[in-house]
Design a protein around this ligand. Structure first.
Ligand code: UDP
Ligand code: MG
Length: 316
């Protein structure tokens, strides 16, 4: 008998009680109709929800086959919840998607087809985004392009975490123990054969975004600092530039003093002093802030705490 590949679909949930049932419904109907009827499991991770998400997941465990409900000990954040799900998944191919139906399950068919063509990573590229504020769309566009410019890793633009990964890619991720995880970057970093599939991102089925502005900024900083040391270099460049300016200014001051070039009425003003102090102070603070970002991350890594904790797992 031919051995069937096992697909794992990993979905993190944080306060998504209204989305659990509709997502499982659509997922199951897609998964059973895949060509060759591969065996599958759905690994749902409850990321410390404060609503009835966990109860809704347990309903699914009771009423369907092949469901794994992983309950984390508290809210660890999207990327770590996804990591917990990926670590639990047993499939030859692991598909990661959001739990709010913004990532259409229908794309799984195309993912699996490309995987069977021999690709290790099949990622979904957002052609359009429905139901999201202009602000989110524009900041996201800017962010993906900024990350692309700043890093040496070839991270595709307009690509979220909705993707399929082969077993060897999953194993590579598991060997990367970092806790500030920017999964879409890490998967690109792994390499192998990767291909994009365009799609239109749907509206959230119900509930509100779990990425308010402050979290978006933190996620962006995680993405940049995990894959680039360009900000550190920026601090050095700023230092060099301001030193060069200061050096030229010092020359002007000395020369005008020596040759008494100042008109007699000229009194050395506080304006230039204040400008220089504020300017240099600002540059120093930026430099220290950038150092601090990296230092804080080194501190977190060095502590070596587990990156997530599982409270319990239920399977059907
Ligand atoms: N999520 C999570 N933990 C969090 C925040 C979000 O597991 O701390 C999940 C959330 O339930 C959803 C996915 O991550 O399934 C993406 O979040 P969201 O849809 O809010 O992000 P957006 O699509 O607005 O960028
Ligand atoms: Mg969403």
């Amino acid at each position: 008998m031919e051995q069937r590949p096992l697909l794992s679909v990993v979905v993190p949930f944080y306060n998504e009680e209204g989305n659990v049932a509709p997502l499982f419904e659509r997922l199951e109907s897609i998964l059973v109709s895949l060509p060759g009827a591969p065996s599958y499991e759905i690994v749902a991770v409850n990321d410390g929800s404060t609503d009835a998400t966990l109860e809704r997941l347990h309903d699914q465990v009771r009423s369907r086959k092949g469901i794994v409900a992983v309950n984390l000990s508290r809210n660890f954040g999207h990327q770590l919840a996804a990591t917990a799900g990926i670590d639990t998944a047993a499939g030859d191919a692991v598909i990661l998607m959001d739990g709010d139906l913004q990532d259409p399950p229908d794309l799984i068919d195309a993912f699996v087809a490309r995987w069977r063509d021999g690709y290790d990573v099949v990622y979904a590229v957002r052609r359009s985004r429905k139901g999201e504020s202009l602000f989110k769309v524009l900041t996201a566009r800017f962010f993906y392009r900024l990350v692309r410019r700043m890093t040496k890793v070839d991270i595709p633009v307009d690509t979220g975490d909705f993707r399929l990964m082969s077993r060897r890619v999953v194993e590579a991720l598991q060997r990367s123990p970092e806790r500030h995880r920017f999964l879409r970057g890490m998967v690109s970093w792994v390499g192998f054969r990767q291909v994009g599939v365009p799609y239109d991102r749907d509206e959230r089925h119900s509930g509100v975004t779990k990425y308010p502005f402050a979290k978006m900024v933190r996620f962006a900083i995680d993405g940049i600092t995990s894959f680039s040391d360009a900000p550190l270099r920026l601090a050095s460049y700023l230092g060099f530039c301001s030193s060069a300016v200061a050096f030229v200014y010092a020359l002007i001051v000395i020369v005008s003093k020596l040759f008494n070039l100042n008109p007699p009425a000229y009194t050395p003003g506080w304006a230039s002093t204040i400008v220089a102090v504020i300017f240099l102070g600002g540059i120093q603070l930026i430099g220290i802030g950038i150092l601090g970002e990296y230092l804080g991350r080194i501190y977190e890594e060095v502590k070596g705490r587990p990156i997530y904790l599982i409270s319990d797992v239920e399977r059907s």
